[in-house]
Design a protein around this ligand. Sequence first.
Ligand code: GLA
Length: 337
Amino acid sequence: MSQHAISPRIARAPGRVNLIGDHTDYTGGLVFPMAVDRWTDIRFTPHDRVELTSADETDPVSLPLQIDDPTVVSPTWGKYVAGVVSEMKPLRGITGTISTTIPIGGGMSSSHALEVAVALALGFAGTAVELAQLTQRAENLASGVPTGIMDQFVIAAGVAGHALLMDCGALTITPVPLPDGIDVVVQFIAHRTLVGSAYADRVAECAAAEREIGPLRNASATDTEAIVDAVVRRRAAHVVAENQRVLDFAQAMRGRDLRDAGRLMLASHVSLRDLYETSTPAMDSAVEHLASLPGVYGARMTGGGFGGCVVALADAGTLTDGWVVHAVDGAHIIEPD
Ligand code: GLA
């Protein structure tokens, strides 16, 4: 086949920011993320292998279509590509170039966007839920971290102008329009990776809680008080309260009750800081500062924590320090002109 005759297509996957509901997805809980206007693009043509270069990486990735163990692939970013290839077992490969406006390792889901874009470029043809499930397995395999499905699901299923009330147990989404006149602002705090972080410990602590009191999704605050181990009890208390905060936040957004939405964001941050212990002093002071500014309704750490980003909800135009992000549609293929 002559490659020169084929115009490249673009597989485009957005980053994400989560407005509320963190560390709830891996117990089938509720989250409220949006896909945002920062993207990873793969400009590709068909090929018999998977050959990719990235504007942000020194070394290219070159892989066969048959991958047994993605964890031994180098360079490191190639593991995420290999994870998708090994889960998808594509019939054809691609050759292409990657560029991104998502900060890499910055807590806005750069690796998940890469995985979703790779799957689309390799010809994935299923539902958004199936795309999310496949790329979640790829991520877990490649990174060794048992992350949940929120990020890949919102990247696959984002709806412009809306955040998604997402049920990570039933795998359903309800788009909720973002109120007019409001900015969602993301501030980058620190690079981080969940590999080697306490993320996996938190997943294990939730599993321990569930062995004692059953699914956290169905548990009440009173149920969590019966948990014997004090650390596990605190983790479970966060998850149960955070699920309720997501529902209350969605209600506040629908009713344009921004004060209540902001109050819930701050309560979520305090819970992630004190009960779940996934915040950092730098994230705490950023949130405290943001919350003290006029026109800001609320702020919180967002995503996995241990670094990454904080997010704030503010009157449009009030915050100039950070990125104003807009909710966009999920990942898709852009055909050549
Ligand atoms: C990371 C994971 C998600 C989710 C968040 C915390 O972003 O990839 O699955 O667990 O942390 O809410």
